[in-house]
Design a protein around this ligand. Structure first.
Ligand SMILES: *Cc1c(COP(=O)(O)O)cnc(C)c1O
Length: 495
C-alpha cells in the first residue's frame, strides 16, 4: 500500500517512509491511497483476541513493510500492564442499554493521546532503521499541557530517539507542570519558557526552520522531528479502538454482527474522529458520526454549512485540548470526499492560509452531512452535564467527555435515531479536578494536587495511579529560559 500527499498524488511513499517523514514536503498530509477492507469474518476473528492482538491485526493491513513480530513487540511494549491500569486497555462502560462510553484514558498520562503516543515512537524508530537513517531523531515539542507529557511517556527510553519538551511557564496547570518536571527516562528533556503557549510554539518553529542549527545537529548525528497528530503513525493506532469497541459490543451480546453503531467524538484537531470515519470506510458498521465541539465551534459550522471560517474569537474553555481553530486533519477528510482531488485540496488550503476561510462545493457538503452530525456545547452546559451524568448514572466524566455526551443527546433528540451509540471519553476526570469539582457544586476547591484528594473524597473513586503518585516523585527538570535561549537548551541536550 502506498501513501500519497493530500496536495499531490504523485508523491508516493511506503508506510515506513510516510511515518519517518511525518509531513509531505509540499505541506500536505501523507495518507493511504486505498483503505483496506474488513469483513464480518475479520471482526468475528478479532472478537476473541486481546486489545494488543486486535491492534496488530488492524495495523498490519496498513503497514506492509513491518512484520507481525515487530508490531506484536510494539503493542506489547506500548500497552503493557505497567503502563495501562486496565488490562482491556480501552474498556467500554455501559451507561444504559444503548449508551456506551469508550474510556481512552487508562494510559500513563490519563488522556487519550497515550493510545497513539505509546506506539508512535516504536513505529518511528523502526521506520528510521528501515530507511537507513543513521542519525538519531530528536523530537521537539511545544505543549500547552497534554501532548507534551504523553509524548515524553511514549518516547521515554525508546532506542534512537530523544525528546525535548518546552512548555509555557505560565500556561499549564500545576499538575501538568509537575507531570513534566518529574519525567523519568534517559533520553528526555523538559524546559519551561517564559511567556505563554504562543511564545513556546513560536520558539520551536524558529528552531525547526534554522538551517545552521540543522547542519550543526547533523554533524552531531541528530535530526529534528515532531510528534504532532498529522503523522500517520498517530492516526493509525486510533482506528483500532473503534473496531475493538465494536468487538466488545458483539462479545457482550449488545449488538448483532453487521448492526450499525453511532460514535460520538469530542473533537479538536479532527484526528480522533477521522480515525473512526476511516474505520467506517473500511467496512466497520458505523452509523452516524457525531462531531462534538466546545465553544470553539468552527467544525460545527463547517459541517452544517460547508464554510470553514477561522476568523472568529478564540475561547479558552475547560476542555482546553479542543480549543482549536484550525483542525489540521480535516484535510485528509477533504481529500477522501473529493475523490482524492489533490488540486482541490491544495486550493482550499491555500485559501485558508490567505483568508482564513474556504467554502466547499454543494456536493461535498452533502457528503459531509450524510456521514456526520455536528454540534457544540458551551461552558455552562458542560458543567451541568458533568453534574447530571454523576447524579443520574453515578459516572464521573471530564469536561471533554461531557461535551461529547451533550452533543450525542442533542443528536438523538433532533433525529430520533435509536441506534446504539458509543461516546468517546478522552481524559480522566482527575486530570481536570478543578473544573469537575466546580461542576459538582463544590465551592471551595483546593489547590494543585490537593484537589486530587478532594475529588477522590467527593466521588469515592480512586485517582489514577500516575497522577496520585506525583507527590512522591523527584523533580528532575527545573530549568526555565527566555524564548531566545531555547536553541542553547537544544544544543546542550544534544552535545
Ligand atoms: C487531543 C484531545 C482531544 C481532541 O482530539 P483530536 O484528535 O485533536 O480531535 C480531545 N480530548 C482530549 C482530552 C485531548 O487530549
Amino acid at each position: 500500500m502506498r501513501y500519497v500527499s493530500t496536495r499531490n498524488k504523485n508523491v508516493s511513499l511506503t508506510a515506513s517512509q510516510a511515518i519517518a517523514q511525518g509531513l509531505a514536503r509540499d505541506g500536505g498530509l501523507l495518507t493511504p491511497e486505498v483503505l483496506p477492507q474488513i469483513t464480518p469474518a475479520f471482526l468475528e476473528e478479532l472478537k476473541g483476541k486481546t486489545y494488543g492482538q486486535r491492534a496488530v491485526a488492524v495495523m498490519k493491513l496498513f503497514l506492509e513493510d513491518f512484520s507481525e513480530e515487530e508490531l506484536t513487540a510494539f503493542t506489547q511494549a506500548g500497552y503493557a500492564s505497567d503502563k495501562f491500569d486496565d488490562s482491556r486497555v480501552a474498556p467500554l462502560h455501559t451507561l444504559d442499554e444503548g449508551t456506551y462510553c469508550l474510556e481512552l484514558w487508562h494510559g500513563p498520562t490519563s488522556a487519550f493521546k497515550d493510545m497513539a503516543l505509546q506506539l508512535l515512537p516504536h513505529l518511528l524508530s523502526a521506520s528510521l532503521v528501515k530507511n537507513q537513517e543513521e542519525k538519531t531523531v530528536c523530537i521537539l515539542v511545544a505543549t500547552s499541557g497534554d501532548t507534551g507529557k504523553a509524548a515524553l511517556e511514549g518516547f521515554k527510553d525508546v532506542d534512537r530517539t530523544k525528546i525535548l519538551v518546552f512548555y509555557p511557564k505560565d500556561g499549564v496547570s500545576e499538575v501538568q507542570a509537575l507531570q513534566m518536571k518529574t519525567q523519568e527516562g534517559n533520553n528526555v528533556g523538559v524546559c519551561a519558557v517564559h511567556g505563554n503557549f504562543d511564545d513556546a510554539q513560536t520558539g520551536v518553529k524558529i528552531l525547526f526552520s534554522d538551517e545552521k542549527l540543522r547542519a550543526d545537529l547533523a554533524d552531531r548525528g541528530y535530526f529534528l522531528s515532531s510528534a504532532n497528530s498529522i503523522n500517520w503513525g498517530r492516526i493509525l493506532p486510533q482506528l483500532v479502538y473503534y473496531i475493538s469497541a465494536y468487538c466488545d459490543l458483539l462479545n457482550q451480546g449488545k449488538i448483532q454482527m453487521g448492526e450499525k453503531v453511532n460514535y460520538c467524538v469530542p473533537t479538536g484537531n479532527f484526528g480522533n474522529i477521522l480515525a473512526c470515519w476511516y474505520a467506517g470506510q473500511m467496512g466497520l458498521p458505523v452509523g452516524k458520526l457525531i462531531c462534538a465541539s466546545n465553544s470553539n465551534n468552527v467544525l460545527t459550522e463547517f459541517i452544517n454549512t460547508g464554510v470553514y471560517n477561522k476568523n472568529r474569537p478564540f475561547h479558552t474553555t475547560m476542555s482546553p485540548s479542543m480549543d482549536i481553530l484550525v483542525s489540521s486533519n480535516l484535510e485528509r477528510l477533504l481529500f477522501a470526499l473529493t475523490g482524492q482531488d489533490d488540486q482541490a485540496v491544495a486550493d482550499y488550503m491555500k485559501q485558508l492560509n490567505a483568508t482564513g476561510r474556504y467554502e466547499v462545493t454543494p456536493d461535498l457538503k452533502a457528503r459531509l452531512t450524510e456521514d456526520f452530525f455536528a454540534g457544540f456545547c458551551d461552558e455552562a452546559t458542560t458543567s451541568q452535564v458533568i453534574r447530571t451524568v454523576w447524579q443520574d448514572h453515578h459516572y464521573l466524566i471530564d469536561p471533554h467527555t461531557a461535551v461529547a455526551y451533550q452533543v450525542m443527546e442533542e443528536y438523538r433528540k433532533a433525529s430520533g435515531d435509536t441506534r446504539k451509540t458509543v461516546f468517546v471519553s478522552t481524559a480522566s476526570p482527575f486530570k481536570f479536578c478543578d473544573s469537575v469539582l466546580h461542576s459538582l457544586g463544590v465551592e471551595e476547591v483546593r489547590q494543585g494536587l490537593d484537589a486530587l484528594d478532594q475529588l477522590e473524597e467527593v466521588s469515592g473513586r480512586p485517582a489514577p495511579r500516575p497522577l496520585a503518585s506525583l507527590r512522591n516523585k523527584d523533580v528532575r527538570f527545573q530549568e526555565h529560559v527566555d524564548k531566545e535561549q531555547m536553541m542553547d537548551v537544544v544544543l546542550e541536550m544534544l552535545k
